[in-house]
Design a protein around this ligand. Structure first.
Ligand code: UDP
Length: 362
């Protein structure tokens, strides 16, 4: 197929501002190329192509970043800044979409959802977050009523946030496993990874490390500086070791040394890339039984799940996690979350959505 992939408008690829979407897009590009598709990636200026390949074209678009829905009030109106990147990405994508089989959207935005029933181009949306905004909930529900085949989700837990007339298409996520090295040593530090922002709940992981009298290694972008300082001030000095935002290769080397990854989101995390990246390196994950991580962690096999927000249960599970079989973590990722199986699932979703004779629930 000829496919147009439209990146997130909240930052160029490589900025880290796109969170997990950046990695999702990169592995899907590689996976789809391996399956023989021709791709055009439309992304904000400054974006690096995930791979150099004759069947991948990068179209850079200049514009002002879109604010993330995640940090707006639930009742907030749709806002597009002057010189906004979002409408420009879509102007380019729609022009390219005339010649393509399908256009795949990776941004969590109102505009492309709204456009979908209005245009002849075949627009598909991989929804990257759970419910954070009323106007987005409404638009996802409206599109689902028009033709739910145009929507896919990362997990069942994420999809359950939305009003959908039919069971959701769940495609999971995928990773280039050659980029993650399995490490068998189980006596390393405790780790935490993610955007440093309130919805990620770093304070609970820090509290566990403090209670155990151990350091916590933290990787990720300090998106909310005031929050990062508050979390640090809440635990004894030296508890948090800030490791910075690292590229995948450096991240996986350090992450793979960990005894356990503590994952503590306070929101309905759509997937939880860092959970799977840790497991790919052989690191068991201790997580709240909420959202994507609650589906990704196989309790007692690849990690331990505890009731949401129960810090004491999290502490006890963190002690127990080191006895889990590290190879089981890697094996689970190989079977369920490689870039190949992800690309296969996405391809199946698009093909089903392009079929003309029914399947439609309009
Ligand atoms: N990440 C990274 N370097 C770091 C820490 C995190 O590249 O030092 C990436 C990580 O690989 C993951 C993303 O940041 O893809 C975080 O994604 P996740 O799905 O965990 O959360 P999101 O930010 O999308 O809410």
């Amino acid at each position: 197929m000829d496919l147009v992939l439209v990146s997130t408008p909240i930052g160029y690829l490589g900025s880290g501002r796109g969170g997990g979407v950046e990695l999702t897009l990169a592995s899907l590009v590689r996976g789809l190329l391996e399956r023989g598709h021709r791709l055009t990636l439309v992304a904000g200026q400054g974006s690096a192509p995930p791979v150099v390949d004759q069947d991948l074209r990068l179209e850079s678009v200049v514009g002002v970043d879109q604010p993330s829905w995640q940090h707006l009030e639930r009742q907030a109106a749709v806002v597009i800044p002057p010189d906004g990147l979002l409408p420009r990405l879509w102007q380019r994508a729609l022009a390219l979409g005339h010649e393509a089989d399908a256009v795949l959207n990776f941004g969590y935005d109102w505009l492309p959802l709204w456009l979908t029933p209005q245009v002849p181009q075949a627009l598909f949306h991989l929804v990257s977050m759970g419910s954070v905004s009323t106007v987005m909930d409404e638009q996802i529900a409206a599109l689902a009523c028009w033709d739910q085949r145009r929507l896919a989700f990362h997990t069942q837990a994420q999809a359950s946030d939305f009003s959908l007339p039919a069971p959701p298409r769940v495609v999971g996520n995928g990773f280039d496993l050659s980029a993650y090295q399995f490490q068998s040593g189980a006596d390393g530090p405790l780790g935490w990874a993610g955007r440093v922002a309130p919805e990620k709940g770093l304070e609970d992981a820090a509290a566990v490390a403090a209670a155990l009298g151990e350091p916590l290694w933290v990787w990720g972008m300090r998106e909310d500086e005031a929050y990062a300082k508050r979390v640090e001030a809440g635990v004894p000095p030296g508890t948090i070791h800030w490791r910075g935002f690292l590229p995948t290769d450096a991240l996986q080397k350090e992450l793979g040394c960990c005894r356990a990854l503590i994952n503590t989101p306070k929101w309905n995390e759509a997937y939880g890339n860092v959970v799977v990246e840790a497991m790919a390196c052989g690191v068991p994950v201790v997580a709240y039984n909420r959202g994507g991580p609650g589906e990704l962690v196989q309790h007692g096999l690849t990690g331990l799940l505890v009731p949401p927000d129960d810090v004491d249960a999290l502490r006890q599970a963190t002690v127990r996690a080191a006895s889990l079989e590290r190879l089981a973590c890697r094996r689970w990722v190989e079977t369920h979350a490689s870039q190949d199986v992800f690309a296969e699932r996405v391809e199946a979703w698009i093909r089903a959505g392009l079929e003309t004779e029914d399947g439609s629930i309009s």
